[in-house]
Design a protein around this ligand. Structure first.
Ligand SMILES: [Zn+2]
Ligand SMILES: [Zn+2]
Ligand SMILES: [Zn+2]
Length: 111
């Protein structure tokens, strides 16, 4: 299993959690999920109602689109980059997910 397989697996897992979330139908307000094709109450097409805007070209893309069809902007790569912010101690190289005032490993003061 290569790196691309691992990424693909992580992405499909993320998509499932997104689809399982409850949303309000933009048309009638009924509770819907993104894996519904249409709103059970008013019949509006769910997937085409919820869109995400491409930060690069402002194209409105399908919520589960991984790549903007207009400019090839990669949503997933951007999401992964935004999520994975770590601070690294300049002295010992310890990686922290939250910024401490001191390095928990070598006790260097950061601020
Ligand atoms: Zn509806
Ligand atoms: Zn775009
Ligand atoms: Zn350190």
């Amino acid at each position: 299993m290569g790196l691309l397989d691992a990424i693909g697996e992580a992405l499909s897992r993320k998509k499932t959690t997104l689809a399982d979330k409850d949303y309000k139908c933009p048309s009638c307000g009924a509770k819907v999920t993104l894996n519904m094709e249409r709103c059970p109450s008013c019949g509006v097409r769910i997937k085409s109602m919820f869109r995400k805007k491409c930060p690069k070209c402002s194209e409105l893309c399908e919520l589960d689109a991984k790549i903007c069809p207009q400019c090839n902007y990669n949503f997933e790569a951007e999401l992964a980059r935004a999520k994975k912010q770590v601070w690294r101690c300049p002295i010992c190289g310890y990686e922290m997910e939250t910024l401490y005032t001191r390095c928990p490993v070598c006790n260097t003061r950061f601020m």
